[in-house]
Structures are given as structure tokens and as C-alpha cells.
Design a protein around this ligand. Structure first.
Ligand code: HEC
Ligand code: HEC
Ligand code: HEC
Length: 462
């Protein structure tokens, strides 16, 4: 008898919990709005939406390279499986043509689609939830005035039970903090604007903050370094490994131009980010720099001292002087195999006469050789930096057909030893082999951020 009672109470508890869960998980369908795709919008609103869409990088995730813009279908890899972005053109059947503004606002704010299904956080609504109603209105106007494209996204490749979307309600309960941020009256207007752009549409943390086992950003290590498309998105908080610490000026310059003389060129997914940021006015770029450097904080005295030396060494025309004095690598200690490769294959560009952005960065200034994980150097060495379409850009040859896994490992080991004070990297050969074979997938993009580089810098050397 007693046992039966326990069973009944237990069963009732489960039913109640399930009921509560479904109540929580359930979202209503917002009726289709047949007229939505035909609506007209003020041109200023559409123009503002275009800027915001660039900041949000909507096009990067919602477009397959070479296919029509915003038509979706791009595979977004996650540790759990592959999720395909959807068609966000105003096609009524396969896109968002039947979505009212209300449905769009809800998708951005809550991560729920028009029919009421929960969306996967591969769509960064944990950031987009911070976006204001007015800005979402402009985004909606922009998207609804794009050409409609008929295109169905492939089915997601996820293991059961992750295919079951109501489960996402539990994820949201645990990790999703919905809505706009509280104003902080102790901060400047620029900082507040910067925070809004960074936390919201800019979604810098989606790549730069590490994720926990459930794929949610680990706010205790905010900006502590994450991963995107097979690249390391470096720490951009107090753990930044940039030899010369970022400051407001250098960060704003890098975000505006896609390179900086002390930091090199933005690569991989970051090239797309800096390319897109060109749509923003200078004041917004500066606001982003103000906010992000406030997160970085002041450099330790030690780091500051080292940076002062480096600055002195690398400011201005150091390259011409270096060439005059016929510099050869220090540590010419009779030569490890890595050193021989470095001298033969890398030094001419990376210690040569061309200035940034077209010359290679001197590795004394490199975040990459100081990073805890060597993935980005491996990517750059194997695949190079392809030229941007039809314009002068930073170009580096790919070495995958010239150097074996062991040779790449040797040169990286040498560089780590010579240019960094960090511990040697472990497991290089495996990492290089996996990257070469495609077991570790990497997206390679031309450094299109570079098109905003001043034309007089190095261009005449063509
Ligand atoms: C990091 C990649 C990424 C970025 C950046 C991104 N999206 Fe998405 N988006 C996705 C993915 C993946 C989905 C599909 C999610 C799912 O199926 O649950 C999606 C879904 C959506 C949906 C739901 C569409 C539907 O039919 O259910 C909307 C609306 C949307 N995105 C709008 C935007 C807008 C607007 C931006 C830019 C401000 C943007 N997205 C930026 C990856 C992205
Ligand atoms: C789609 C992913 C992604 C997003 C979004 C993103 N980043 Fe990055 N970021 C990266 C990657 C990857 C790198 C490393 C690229 C490289 O090797 O040059 C990087 C590099 C950087 C660097 C250079 C760090 C150093 O020490 O060299 C800075 C600064 C930076 N990002 C700032 C930002 C800011 C600010 C935002 C938001 C406006 C942002 N990023 C958004 C992926 C991203
Ligand atoms: C033909 C010239 C050229 C050669 C040869 C070359 N590079 Fe580069 N490399 C570049 C340019 C240009 C860039 C982009 C500017 C920048 O950020 O340094 C670059 C960027 C890099 C970066 C990213 C910068 C950083 O440290 O964050 C790494 C790493 C790199 N190269 C490694 C190598 C290695 C290793 C070799 C030799 C195996 C090599 N490069 C040979 C021109 C070259």
C-alpha cells in the first residue's frame, strides 16, 4: 500500500513537472501576415537597418558563399552537430515573407520562430535579445525589402533528443537572460553605447567568450577567448596576449581598417567582422573600443614595460633601419630545423621592409605566437592568406604543399621559443595533421577588412 502511494505521488509529481515545463515551453503561433512582404518602408529606416544588419553579421551566417544573400542554408557547426541557418528573405513559403514585425521582434527577443518553435542558440539571440524595439524595426524593414529567394534550408544534423525543440525551453531557463540591459549611470555615454553595440548586435562574446558543456557562454570568463569556425578568437579581456596591449586608439583603428601596425591583419572570421564594421560611423567604432578596453583594464606594470620597449623598437621606420643593418635572426645558435625553415621561408616577409598591412607582422608583436593554442598560426601557415577580390590586400602564400606536418611543427616550435616567453606548445604534429586533413574544419577568407587600408601604405610596391 505504502509503496503504491509513493508511486502515485511520484507519478503525479512527474506529470505536474511535465505540465509546468510544457506551459513554460509553449509559445503561440503568430498568424501569417500575407501583406507583410508587400509593405513599404521609409528609405531612412531601411538604410539604418542595413547598417545594423552589417553589425549583426546576419549576411555571414545566412548566406552560402556564392549563393543569393540571406537565403540561408549555411552549415553552422556546433559541438553538438550541424545547424543550418534559415532563409530570411521575404519569400512567403521558404523565407520570412509571412512574418509580421511582431513575429520578427519575438524571434530576436526570445529566440522563437513565427509558429512558436524554440530556435537553437546557434542563432545568437542570447545577444540579439539586447536589441531595442526601434533597431529591430529597422532590421525588419531592411530584410523585408531584400529580393525574395525561394530556398529551403537542409535539415539539421543533430542527435536525438536535441532534435526535439521544446527541450530548448530548459536551456533558456538555465542560460538565457532575456531583454535589454539596465542602464549604468556611473558610465559615460560612449561606454553605454559601446556596451549596447558589443553585447547586442555585435555579439563579440559569441566568439570571444568560452562556452560551457551546454554551449552557453561562460560569463565568469567573459571575453576570455573562444572559438569560431576552426579559429581561436583570442582573449580580449585582462588575459589578452597581445605583446603591446590594446588601447582605445589602436582597437578603434583595427576595427575600422582591419589591421594595425602593432597587431597585424584581422584574419578568418574576424576579417568578416572588421569588413562589416565599415558600415558603422566612426563614433560607434570608437564607442565599441571604449567599452572593450574598459573590459581589458590596465596592463600590469610588467606588461606595460615590455610594451614600451616594443613600441620604441617598432614605431615608425624601423624596417628600413633593420634592412640597413642586415639583421639576421638572433639566436643563430647553429640552427634547429625550425630555425632553418623560418629563415628560408618566413623571415623575408616577416622581418622585411614592407610595412603593415602588406608586409608580415614582426612576430615580436604577434598575439598568435603568444596564444595558449597554436591553431591560428597553423591555419595561416597551411592555408595562407588569399588575396581579396580585385584590390591590394595582405597576402601570404599557403605552405601546405611545401612543408610536412613535422616541418610546420618545427618552425612553430622555433617561433614559440624565440618570440614568446610562454611554455612550448604540446601536440603540434597531431593538430597540424588534423587541420591539414580537414578533420578540424577551418574557414578561409580573404582579409577583406583590408580594403579600407590607406592606399599609400605599401601599395606602390604592388
Ligand atoms: C552565428 C550565425 C548567425 C548570425 C550571425 C545570425 N543568425 Fe539568424 N539564424 C542562425 C541560425 C543557425 C538560425 C536557425 C536556428 C534554428 O533553426 O533554430 C537562425 C535563424 C534566424 C531567424 C529565424 C528564422 C526562421 O525561419 O525561423 C531569424 C529571423 C534570424 N535568424 C534573423 C537574423 C538576423 C536579423 C541576424 C542579424 C542581426 C542574424 N539572424 C544573424 C544563425 C545566425
Ligand atoms: C564570428 C566570430 C567573431 C566575432 C563575432 C568577433 N570576433 Fe574578434 N576575433 C575572432 C577571431 C577568430 C579572431 C582571431 C583572428 C586572427 O587570428 O587574426 C579575433 C580577433 C580579434 C581581435 C584581435 C586580438 C589580438 O590580440 O590580436 C580583437 C581586438 C577582436 N577580435 C575584437 C572583436 C570585437 C570588438 C568584436 C565585436 C564587435 C569581435 N571581435 C567579434 C572572431 C570573432
Ligand atoms: C610573401 C610574404 C610572406 C611569407 C613568405 C610569409 N608570410 Fe606570414 N604573413 C604575410 C602577411 C602579408 C601577413 C598578414 C599581415 C600580418 O598580420 O602579419 C602574414 C601573417 C602571418 C601570421 C599572422 C600574424 C600574427 O602573428 O598574428 C602568421 C602567424 C604568419 N604570417 C606566419 C608565417 C610563417 C610561419 C611563415 C613561414 C613558414 C610565413 N608567415 C611566411 C606574409 C608572408
Amino acid at each position: 500500500m505504502w509503496a503504491l502511494r509513493v508511486v502515485i505521488v511520484f507519478a503525479a509529481a512527474i506529470v505536474l513537472a511535465a505540465g509546468a515545463f510544457f506551459f513554460l515551453a509553449w509559445r503561440s503561433e503568430i498568424p501569417e501576415d500575407a501583406a507583410a512582404a508587400q509593405a513599404t518602408f521609409a528609405p531612412e529606416l531601411v538604410a539604418k537597418g542595413a547598417q545594423l544588419a552589417a553589425l549583426g553579421n546576419c549576411i555571414a551566417c545566412h548566406t552560402v558563399p556564392g549563393k543569393p544573400a540571406f537565403a540561408g542554408g549555411l552549415a553552422v557547426p556546433t559541438p553538438f552537430g550541424t545547424i543550418y541557418s534559415t532563409n530570411i528573405t521575404p519569400d512567403p513559403e521558404t523565407g520570412i515573407g509571412g512574418w509580421s514585425e511582431k513575429a520578427f521582434q519575438r524571434a530576436m527577443n526570445e529566440g522563437v520562430d513565427r509558429k512558436g518553435s524554440h530556435l537553437y542558440p546557434a542563432f545568437p539571440y542570447d545577444h540579439f535579445t539586447r536589441v531595442s524595439v526601434e533597431d529591430n524595426r529597422a532590421l525588419y524593414a531592411f530584410l523585408m525589402t531584400r529580393p525574395a529567394v525561394k530556398a529551403e534550408a537542409p535539415r539539421n544534423d543533430l542527435p536525438f533528443p536535441l532534435t526535439y525543440r521544446p527541450l530548448l525551453a530548459a536551456w533558456k531557463l538555465a542560460f538565457f537572460d532575456r531583454g535589454e540591459m539596465e542602464p549604468d549611470s556611473s558610465q559615460s555615454e560612449a561606454w553605454t553605447r559601446g556596451r549596447y553595440l558589443v553585447e547586442g548586435l555585435g555579439h563579440c562574446g559569441a566568439c570571444h567568450t568560452p562556452r560551457n558543456a551546454f554551449g552557453a557562454e561562460d560569463r565568469d570568463h567573459y571575453f576570455g577567448g573562444g572559438e569560431a569556425e576552426g579559429w581561436q578568437a583570442y582573449a580580449i579581456n585582462k588575459d589578452s596576449k597581445a605583446p603591446i596591449p590594446w588601447d582605445e586608439q589602436s582597437l578603434a583603428f583595427y576595427l575600422r581598417n582591419g589591421w594595425h601596425e602593432f597587431h597585424g591583419v584581422s584574419r578568418g572570421p574576424m576579417a568578416e567582422v572588421t569588413g562589416n564594421l565599415s558600415a558603422l560611423p566612426d563614433s560607434d567604432i570608437m564607442a565599441i573600443a571604449t567599452y572593450v578596453t574598459s573590459i581589458m583594464g590596465d596592463a600590469t606594470p610588467e606588461r606595460g614595460q615590455r610594451a614600451a620597449q616594443l613600441r620604441e623598437q617598432f614605431e615608425g621606420d624601423y624596417r628600413e633601419q633593420a634592412a640597413d643593418s642586415q639583421s639576421s635572426p638572433v639566436n643563430a645558435s647553429g640552427g634547429s630545423p625550425g630555425e632553418a625553415i623560418y629563415v628560408a621561408a618566413c623571415a623575408s616577409c616577416h622581418e622585411g621592409q614592407r610595412r603593415q598591412p602588406f608586409g608580415g607582422l614582426n612576430f615580436d608583436l604577434s598575439t598568435a605566437v603568444n596564444a595558449p593554442n597554436p591553431q591560428n598560426i597553423v591555419n595561416v601557415v597551411l592555408f595562407g592568406l588569399p588575396p581579396a577580390d580585385g584590390e591590394a590586400s595582405a597576402v601570404m602564400p599557403a605552405f601546405r604543399h611545401l612543408l610536412s606536418d613535422q616541418q610546420v611543427a618545427d618552425v612553430l616550435t622555433y617561433m614559440r621559443e624565440r618570440f614568446s616567453e610562454e611554455q612550448p606548445w604540446a601536440g603540434l604534429v597531431d593538430l597540424i595533421a588534423n587541420t591539414r586533413s580537414g578533420a578540424h574544419k577551418v574557414t578561409i577568407r580573404p582579409s577583406d577588412g583590408i580594403e579600407r587600408a590607406p592606399h599609400n601604405v605599401g601599395a606602390e610596391e604592388g
